[in-house]
Design a protein around this ligand. Sequence first.
Ligand code: SAH
Ligand code: SF4
Ligand code: F3S
Length: 480
Amino acid sequence: MKDYSEYFKGPSLRDAKHRGKDEIHHIDDAYEVPADMIGIGKGQKYFIQTYGCQANERDGETLAGILESLGYEATDEIKDAQVVLLNTCAIRENAEEKVFGKIGYLKKVKRTNPNVIFGICGCMAQEEVVIQKILEKHQQVDMIFGTHNIHRLPVLLKQAMLDKEMVLEVWSKEGDVIENLPSHRAHPYKAWVNIMYGCNKFCTYCIVPYTRGKERSRLKNEIIEEVNELKAQGYQEITLLGQNVNSYGKDFDDGYNFASLLADVAQTGIPRIRFTTSHPWDFTDDMIDTIAQYDNIMPAIHLPVQSGNSEVLKRMGRRYSREQYLELFDKIKTKIPDCTITTDIIVGFPGETDEQFEDTITLYEHCEYDLAYTFIYSPRAGTPAAKMEDDIDIHTKEQRLYRLNDLVNEKALKQNQKYLDEVVEVLVEGTSKKDDNMLTGYTRHQKLINFKGNQDHIGQIVPVKVTEVKTWALKGEEIE
Ligand code: SAH
Ligand code: SF4
Ligand code: F3S
């Protein structure tokens, strides 16, 4: 087999783990389009598939914006595209398997259309095991670039067009904050706004701190300006994004923090503000008070617990105990009584006993979450948990997941029942995929609702009476 190590300008999880004291640079002129790339995509099409979290979706919008600035147009059909990008996620093994399935399929596409440029980016591009596998088995890939290299797309694309060799550029360095990139937003009425990048929490099971680098905050003025622009364009809702938004501003030295930012964003007057994700460990009283104070900060909080057992939480490196989590949970519910809370849970963490799993069940019974995303633990190479002894068989893990999911559904329905016969405010997003005569949207509490209403109100916030309640959605009728 060919030895790729010589020209391996690829990632290193070990380097990515490093958290230096280097100053974070906020750069607003990093984006460059080589002169001969201007208009290169005229009359051609691009296809991007994004996997994973909202941060990755937002990156997908930037990639789309960059390709459009070169003249390419979007298509939903891979076979019509001259540039195909898979914007990948590395969070669990099954996420990676999906991507490898697609990479295999693209071999066929390449056979019928040898001129297509086929690129892999996103979090999987930051993992050396993935890069090795692509280099060894998937020569149909023309270009691999990492999460810190997105702004380099025009340069890398040019190289891929000229070069026969695979173009590989993945920086594992701690990262800067790059501003002024083009973007094509996916939705016309709601938008994602990055407020920070990276993660320093290093939960022991998680790959994100390695694939996304050091925590770094965008400057307040950049964020507020973006929100004001979105408001002026008629956007009704923004979601502030960060792997842990509570860490916003910790890299500044002036005490400006997430609570301050929330208040400033609320004062722009944009109708709806959401944020994700907040870590229970540093969820401050100031944050709770600010959410309670402003009517345009939506009372719907995602507060991942991961496990209901303190010993497991300790091994996960979550930095809170069951008791501390419950204290925070109850405080939020007291100060913001109508607040809905959703969560993430991992079952089958290495060594999790039946008793420890029962603690997750009893915590769930107490919290009665509106919804939960539940996962079987998936070992990620390079993380500390991947080295822990895991003597729980997969069958047991699956049984735990099924039991937990039954509880999730039961509580979701119970929480939704509160809204029956109530009038809720809905941001109308469009017509329902299943039924053209129905409209669809989300309530303030982030409940999906399908309803009969006026199509002219798409893009507006309207009152809807809830007439039926299900586990996954509400049904209703718009009040004229
Ligand atoms: N920054 C977010 C999490 C992003 S990942 C936060 O801390 O809330 C989303 C969810 O994926 C996590 O909350 C966790 O429940 C799950 N997850 C992360 N790594 C995992 C792994 N190795 N196996 C299974 N689930 C995992
Ligand atoms: Fe992963 Fe933990 Fe960071 Fe969330 S806070 S991204 S779970 S390391
Ligand atoms: Fe996946 Fe990367 Fe997001 S691993 S969940 S796309 S930060």
